[in-house]
Design a binder for this molecule. Structure first.
Ligand code: PRX
Length: 653
């Protein structure tokens, strides 16, 4: 690990530009100045439990107050013990009493251009109805429900309906394969799956129901499937198992009391890649998660009553969970949801949506910013983007060039940019500028959120001096932290709490500059960040070796201008198989089938042997250098041989 962190420091640009919040923005912001931030930070540091408890009282609506703020038996935390609360009633019911009743909760646009607006009242009604559908199908508190859906309002409705009755949802991104879906359904033991006949993507149809059918051939827990009609695709409905959403909703009552759930009741499981071949089910619970989501949304996106907020993520990732649905609706704000790809039918689709709905706050990923900037300034210039007042970035380090383009061309030089660092595990944003308070530096996520004690340490857990790279840790439990890995507390402990005992290790490398600003340098473990999505190298390797021609494989990330990281797979073949272009294609397709298109290797390189140390460890650093072109290999047309290089670098890894 240490090697990688050190290595990356040299590649971090020394960026000196500083962008102070403009005073008009600061005046109206929730947190108005650096002094205000410092005060909040200090207050939280002095008495974190009192800090969070005050906010939990102020920002959330409880059925019953807690008796203990935090029960911390490292690494297991319980927040607001004894408190009773419901996420769906915090996101809906409490807004129905006043002027938000008929305010837009969700403004949705389908890829073909169809639109739908659901007011808080509408959303409440449909959530209650679908909660009753779930109940009618035998779903009870604590049961798991898998959601494998396109970005349509029914996904939001299904999430909130689960939350309403205390069913734990497990959303599986629609781009994952049938095999990946099957594994996630089996691990969670889901009883019911909600899907759609398809989704619209790049002008075509993304099939979903067919993949669920395939997955269910090898699952035992699922009793029922509910299917939304979205694309009118031809799907086969299995009698007694499959039901149409619209038919079930017809007769469903719109009255459904929100369950009074324990603060620690599991709200959702979300699978994410780690360093083994098997993704882990990150478990988030109710009260603490909602508090993190609510307060961070309010302060970081500076949400105001009249704002139209849009996050372009897919709800299949944690960003969509927290910052399209829970954190935004809990604040009673208007969230925009878009079904399709950013470049359909033309490269200005996102800017068209910003103009059409007069979006004020826009949150996206660096990979999208880089890709869209490549397409030329004429696309954003065709649109009036003057409604924007705040921009956000998430998922991977944003390079200063992309930051500057975002700032100038999209933000017109007027919008603060919040570069937000967090993870599926953290539940909500941990390191970020507060837009009215913190001067930003392009490429830095800046400072920890109040209540979050982040530090950069060396291998021994000691704080490193300014501008020295190290490991990013979080020293104290926080309300929206993951509680465990589903059915695997041992893995939870080992993965996050054993490198530095008693503190949370993020898996990221970082440095702090002399002003205390944090610069994230990327993963220091065998996890890649591909277009802002996490993928374990082992996961791709397991998929490759499950192909009959493959003997062994090693997967590493290589720098890529758009995706951030490209996937490069080194493969040795079983005897009797010859390396050729056709086999490369087959292997790429095989990985797509096993995991999904996001895991499809960009490069496959055949080799006779993988370079290994004397003790038999694959020399990943050497492979990374080769993949990045830092180590010249001469002619690499078909079969490569790294034995000489490996000998030269024997002691490195
Ligand atoms: O490496 C960090 C990177 O994304 C990882 C978390 O991935 P995931 O759980 O899929 O969640 C992504 C969305 C929250 C982190 O370990 N990452 C996330 N945000 C940033 C980032 N790297 C640099 N800067 C960020 N703002």
């Amino acid at each position: 690990m240490a090697g990688k962190a050190q290595e990356d420091i040299t590649s971090v640009l020394h960026e000196n530009r500083l962008f102070k919040p403009n005073s008009d923005f600061s005046k109206q912001a929730h947190i108005k100045s650096r002094t205000a931030y410092n005060q909040l930070y200090k207050k939280a540091e002095k008495d974190p439990e009192a800090f969070w408890a005050d906010l939990a009282k102020k920002e959330l609506t409880w059925f019953k107050p807690w008796t203990e703020v935090l029960d911390w038996k490292p690494p297991f935390a319980k927040w607001f013990v004894g408190g009773k609360i419901n996420v769906s009633s915090n996101c809906l019911d409490r807004h129905l009493e006043g002027p938000r009743k008929n305010k837009a909760a969700i403004i949705w646009e389908g890829e073909p251009g169809d639109t739908r607006t659901l007011t808080y009242q509408d959303l409440h009604r449909e959530v209650c109805q679908f909660a009753n559908v779930l109940k009618n199908k035998g779903v009870k508190k604590g049961d798991r429900v898998a959601l494998y859906m396109p970005m349509i309002p029914e996904l939001a409705i299904a999430m909130l309906a689960c939350a309403r009755i205390g069913a734990t949802h497990s959303i599986v991104f629609g781009g994952f394969s049938a095999a990946a879906l099957r594994d996630r359904i089996n691990d969670a033991g889901a009883k019911l799956v909600v899907t759609a006949d398809g989704g619209n993507r790049k002008g075509g149809v993304l099939t979903l129901k067919d993949k669920v059918d395939e997955a269910l051939k090898k699952t035992e827990s699922v009793e029922t499937m509910i299917v939304v009609k979205r694309t009118n695709s031809d799907v086969k409905m299995k009698k007694g198992r499959d039901y149409w959403w619209h038919e079930e909703m017809k007769g469903a009552s719109a009255v459904c009391k929100a369950a009074q759930l324990d603060s620690e009741h599991p709200l959702f499981i979300l699978y994410t890649s780690g360093t083994t071949g098997k993704p882990k089910g990150i478990v988030h619970t109710t009260g603490g998660y909602l508090l993190g989501a609510t307060v961070s949304s309010k302060w970081i996106f500076d949400l105001k009553e009249n704002d139209t907020y849009w996050c372009t993520a897919d709800i299949g990732w944690v960003t969509g969970h927290t910052y399209i649905i829970y954190g935004i609706l809990s604040n009673g704000a208007t969230t925009v949801m878009y079904e399709g790809v950013p470049t359909y039918p033309e490269p200005d689709r996102l800017w068209d949506i910003v103009e059409k709905y007069r979006v004020n706050i826009f949150y996206t990923a660096p990979t999208a910013i880089r890709a869209l900037s490549r397409l030329g300034n004429e696309w954003p210039k065709k649109h009036d983007l003057s409604s924007l007042r705040l921009l956000g970035s998430v998922g991977e380090p944003i390079n200063p060039e992309a930051w500057m383009w975002y700032h100038k061309v999209i933000g017109g030089g007027n919008c603060p940019i919040v570069d937000t660092w967090w993870q599926t595990e953290t539940g909500s944003i941990m390191i970020t500028p507060l837009p009215g308070a913190i001067a930003t530096k392009p490429g830095s996520a800046t400072l920890p959120f109040p209540g979050i004690e982040a530090e950069v340490v060396n291998k021994k857990g000691k704080k490193v001096p300014a501008d020295v790279g190290g490991y990013l840790i979080i020293k104290r439990p926080w309300p929206s932290m993951l509680r465990t890995v589903w059915k695997n507390p041992k893995r939870f402990k080992e993965t996050y709490w054993s490198d530095f005992p008693g503190v949370y290790f993020s898996g990221d490398g970082a440095r702090r500059d002399k002003d205390g600003y944090i610069w994230i340098m990327g993963r220091v473990d065998d996890v890649m960040n591909v277009s802002g999505h996490r993928l374990g190298t082992m996961e791709v390797e397991s998929a490759l070796v499950s192909h009959p021609t493959v003997a062994e494989s090693a997967v590493v990330g290589a720098p890529d201008e758009i995706k951030g990281t490209a996937i490069c797979a080194f493969v040795t073949l079983n005897t009797g198989h010859k390396p050729n272009e056709a086999l490369k294609k087959k292997l790429k397709a095989h990985v797509t089938q096993e995991i999904g298109a996001i895991a499809r290797p960009d490069q496959i390189r055949f080799t006779n042997h993988l370079p290994k140390t004397r003790s038999g460890k694959i020399m990943r650093r050497l492979l990374r250098d080769i993949a990045a072109g830092r180590e010249a290999m001469g002619d690499t047309s078909t079969l490569e041989d790294y034995t000489v290089l490996a000998k030269l670098r024997q002691d490195e890894d």
